[in-house]
Design a protein around this ligand. Sequence first.
Ligand SMILES: Cc1cc2nc3c(=O)[nH]c(=O)nc-3n(C[C@H](O)[C@H](O)[C@H](O)COP(=O)(O)OP(=O)(O)OC[C@H]3O[C@@H](n4cnc5c(N)ncnc54)[C@H](O)[C@@H]3O)c2cc1C
Length: 325
Amino acid sequence: MTSRTAVIGAGLAGLSCARVLRRAGHFVEVFEADRIIGGRMGTMRIGVVPYDHGAQYITSRSTRFRDFIQELTTSGYAAPWAPKVKIGDSESYRTANDWFVGIPGMSSIVRPLAESVRIHTGRAVHTISRDAKGWHIWFEDQSNVGPFAAVAICVPAPSAQLLLGPLAEISDRLTRVRMSPCWAMMVHLEDQLLPEQDVFSDMSEVVRWIARNNTKPGRGTRGETVVAHASPAWTRETEDADADSVAEEMWGEISHIFGLPPVRPSQMTAHLWKHGLVDSSLGETFVFSTDDLVGVAGDWCLGRLAEHAFESGFGLGRAIVQALD
Ligand SMILES: Cc1cc2nc3c(=O)[nH]c(=O)nc-3n(C[C@H](O)[C@H](O)[C@H](O)COP(=O)(O)OP(=O)(O)OC[C@H]3O[C@@H](n4cnc5c(N)ncnc54)[C@H](O)[C@@H]3O)c2cc1C
């Protein structure tokens, strides 16, 4: 049997898994649906203006993730960000400690993990199937690649369930995971309009998070770039609305919260993270079947943070190495 492993999904979990496999001397190929890597660790560029529309910053609890952040800062892929944070209506604000951001954007966080790994972007996996030679990966255009000895499925839980198909033993365990959608709104303003603080959280029933993206190190954009995230409840209500109207509504809400003058932003758009935030996690680092040589990983295994995705992918990578060696 071949010792090639297929990783589905080039987010933090998938690439963390791929790096463990590659470092153990395994041949690994990553298949990513999007045109770019990083998943929810994303930076969207509109013209020359970058917006971190997914994860806003990273923090660490485990030694392993702290070491990874150290690696990122040493290699220039990340730097500390100490924004002034305002919560709700309180008059005061605090300065955040131990927050790190990707340089020049959040998507840089995954870059060192992707080095020397074979990644195929724009390849949405439809199904996986097995024959006597191993696993085959099928794409939406009916083409397939393989055989692979093992498969690591590193996508949000609802998508993982679809890919697991007949592997009910793993798939059934995922039913307890809950993920909710999240609208991200991005605005570019010629001048600073928002108050002095850099981050505002829990501002209203509609808007959960507002960040002055240009206050992160290394952004160097002219004017002001604002990223806002909608609350899960409001996102659920508006999930089917078109992105332009959502952006208009969220900007209207932000203008109302801060009592801003009626200014038309020079750029304004919204992006829906369909499976954005984890409401209820699996409570296990990853799931792996040694009989089938198929496993799943993602932030939703352990929690809702980037660190959880990294740890989950790492754990699955190690389990595959152990099973194949
Ligand atoms: C709005 C928002 C704000 C957040 N803020 C923070 C924060 O400030 N700090 C923090 O620590 N965390 C934050 N998070 C969470 C953090 O972004 C995630 O925990 C982490 O990025 C998840 O990584 P992952 O690899 O598990 O999943 P993902 O990043 O979702 O990666 C999965 C990848 O799989 C791909 N994929 C899916 N289906 C298929 C398929 N069929 N075939 C091929 N590829 C497929 C996707 O395109 C994606 O690239 C935030 C998330 C969101 C949405």
